[in-house]
Design a protein around this ligand. Structure first.
Ligand code: BMP
Length: 259
């Protein structure tokens, strides 16, 4: 049923403010792209954000792969997020006990809580990880959201069966959760966003276990937002590639809600 409901209706069902914002952004930009900016130089990430920003809704970072991370990088990225109206997700995949993730979220070099609208979280440690992350937000006044990983895209992933269902239960337990990272239609809550990685124009795999499905396939498997990384960042013309994914994903979404 969730798959048939348009994003603007689901925006009003979301308990998390960031989830609601994502649904509205998808609708207004007619884009369901979460761009995986897996580049290792700050300038290259900034350039990519400026180029693709108007056509994406979520910019996904792995700040720990940057060779020249600085506070200035965050300042520039935040400026572009405002200019082009996209949100920022640090794909940190927190996975420790509450006290540790609270420190990892708020402290250290990256101070993720200060700038990331969204972070990703493994469910392995149980429900208490969400309380830990909440602790890391005591000095933050802006809205924040979490995406809980329920299923991974890689070959042989252990995120199956009971584990995946348990992750969905955890995701539904807190209004801090904006959505679920998964490969299939495993939840029915209208107010949560399904984020699906492993997306390329043709099905296949890379040589380190990543498995790819097409835009149409992932949308029919419940993806609301599709993570595209190398499909765009390794394209000769990154803007043209972004527009092609945007169009294919949006067409599949329109077909999904109308069929
Ligand atoms: P690519 O499209 O280049 O394969 O990139 C996929 C991105 O999504 C990577 O940044 C990876 O960390 C992330 N990801 C994934 O591939 N599978 C998952 O199950 C969860 C992820 O966050």
């Amino acid at each position: 049923k969730r798959l048939k409901i348009p994003f603007h209706v689901r925006a009003s069902k979301a308990k998390n403010a960031i989830a609601s914002k994502l649904f509205n952004l998808m609708e207004s930009k007619q884009s369901t792209i979460c761009l995986a900016a897996d580049l290792t130089k700050a300038d290259a990430v900034i350039e990519l954000a400026d180029l693709t920003g108007p056509h994406i809704v979520l910019f996904k970072t792995h700040v720990d792969i940057l060779e020249d991370f600085s506070n200035d990088f965050i300042k520039r990225l935040k400026e572009l997020a405002k200019k082009h109206n996209f949100l920022i997700m640090e794909d940190r995949k927190f996975a420790d006990i509450g006290n540790t993730v609270s420190l990892q979220y708020e402290k250290g070099i990256y101070k993720i809580a200060e700038w990331a609208d969204i972070v990703t979280v493994h469910a392995i440690a149980g429900q208490s990880i969400i309380d830990g992350l909440k602790n890391g937000l005591q000095k933050i006044s802006e809205s924040r959201g979490l995406f809980i990983l329920a299923e991974m895209s890689s070959k042989g992933a252990l995120t199956i069966g009971e584990y995946a269902l348990g992750a969905v239960t955890i995701a539904q337990s807190s209004d801090m959760v904006a959505g679920i990272v998964c490969q299939s239609n495993i939840f029915s809550n209208l107010g949560l966003v399904q984020l699906t990685p492993g997306v390329k124009l043709s099905q296949g795999s890379d040589n380190t276990g990543q498995q790819y499905n097409t835009p149409e396939f992932v949308v029919n498997s419940g993806a609301d937002l599709a993570v595209v990384g190398r499909g765009i960042i390794e394209a000769e013309d990154k803007l043209a590639a972004t527009l092609e994914y945007k169009e294919k994903l949006w067409t599949a979404y329109l077909k999904r809600i109308s069929d």
